[in-house]
Ligand binder design. Structure first.
Ligand SMILES: [Zn+2]
Length: 276
C-alpha cells in the first residue's frame, strides 16, 4: 500500500481548519466547538513534529534488527573543544566506536576536532548547520541550506559525506524527509537517550541508557554540552566509562551507526523495547 505523504495531510488539515474558521465567523457553524476542533487538529500536527522517534513525518530509524551483539553509540551537538577530546580519549581506551552528529557551524569553528574524530575511525554525521530551536518551522529552502552547508563542510573535512541526518532535538516537519531522500541521507533517531544535557546525576543518565538494552539499540548522548555533576564535572566523564563497562558486561560492543546498520535491518517505528 502506498505511503500517504505527510505533507498532503498537513496541507489538507490546514485548508480544512481555514475553511472551518472562516465559516464559523459567519455563524453558520458554532464558534466555540469549531475553534476547539481547529485547535485540536493543529495540536495534533504539532505533536507529530515534536515526536522525535515517530515515522509519521518521514522514515525514522530508531534501532536495528540485528543478530550481532552490538549497539550504536551516538553523540550530538559537537564538536566541542573540551568535551569531544575527552570522549575520544575514553572511546580509544575501551576500543569503542561511535557516530558524531556534528553541528555545521561548530565544525567550521573546530575543524581539526572533526578531522581527529574521523581519523580515529568514528563516523561523522549531519546535525544541521545552526541547530536552530525553530528548525521544525523552517520551509524547504532553509531546510535544504541547513543540510547542504553542513554536508559540504563535513564531506570536505572527512573525505566522506555523512550518510545520516538527525534534526535538532529530533523536532522536524514533513518537508524534511523528501530533501533527505533526494540526498541519499537517512534519518536516524535513537532508542535510548540519557538526557545528559539536563540531568546532573550520572547514575540516572546511565540507568536510562542501559535500561532494557538489547542488540541493535541506538544510544543518544552529547559531546556539545553536558550537565555538571556535584563536583562540577561533565556527567559524561563518569557515564561513558561506566556505560562501556556495562555494555561489555552484557556482551555488547559499541559501534558507529554505519557499522550497526550496515548488516542489519533498520527499525523505522517505535520499538517496544525503546522505553528510555
Ligand atoms: Zn542536538
Amino acid at each position: 500500500m502506498a505511503r500517504i505523504d505527510p505533507r498532503d495531510v498537513f496541507q489538507m488539515v490546514n485548508i480544512l481548519d481555514g475553511i472551518a474558521t472562516a465559516v464559523a465567523t459567519t455563524h453558520t457553524l458554532p464558534m466555540g466547538p469549531t475553534l476547539g476542533a481547529v485547535a485540536a487538529s493543529q495540536a495534533a500536527l504539532a505533536a507529530a513534529c515534536l515526536c522525535p522517534r515517530c515515522s509519521f513525518v518521514g522514515p525514522t530509524i530508531t534501532s536495528a534488527a540485528t543478530a550481532e551483539a552490538q549497539v550504536a553509540l551516538t553523540f550530538d551537538d559537537g564538536p566541542d573543544e573540551t568535551l569531544t577530546p575527552r570522549i575520544l580519549d575514553i572511546l580509544a581506551q575501551y576500543g569503542a566506536k561511535a557516530s558524531f552528529f556534528c553541528i555545521g557551524a561548530r565544525a567550521r569553528r573546530w575543524p581539526a576536532l572533526v578531522r581527529r574524530t574521523a581519523m580515529a575511525g568514528h563516523s561523522i554525521e549531519n546535525h544541521s548547520w545552526h541547530h536552530s530551536p525553530r528548525f521544525a518551522l523552517l520551509g524547504s529552502h532553509k531546510l535544504a541550506c541547513e543540510i547542504d552547508n553542513t554536508q559540504e563542510l563535513l564531506a570536505d573535512l572527512c573525505h566522506r559525506p555523512p550518510t545520516y541526518f538527525r534534526a535538532p532535538a529530533g523536532f522536524r516537519n514533513p518537508w524534511l524527509a523528501p530533501l533527505l531522500a533526494q540526498r541519499a541521507l537517512q534519518y536516524a533517531a535513537w532508542s535510548h537517550r540519557g538526557f545528559d544535557t539536563l540531568d546532573p546525576a550520572p547514575a540516572r543518565v546511565l540507568r536510562r541508557v542501559l535500561r532494557h538494552i538489547q542488540p541493535g539499540a541506538i544510544l543518544l548522548l552529547h559531546d556539545g554540552r553536558n550537565a555538571r555533576d556535584r563536583q562540577g564535572r561533565p556527567v559524561i566523564d563518569t557515564v561513558l566509562p561506566t556505560l562501556l563497562q556495562g555494555l561489555a558486561a552484557r556482551g555488547l560492543r559499541a559501534v558507529d551507526l554505519p557499522t550497526l546498520l550496515g548488516s542489519a535491518v533498520p527499525v523505522e517505528r517505535l520499538s517496544l523495547r525503546s522505553r528510555a
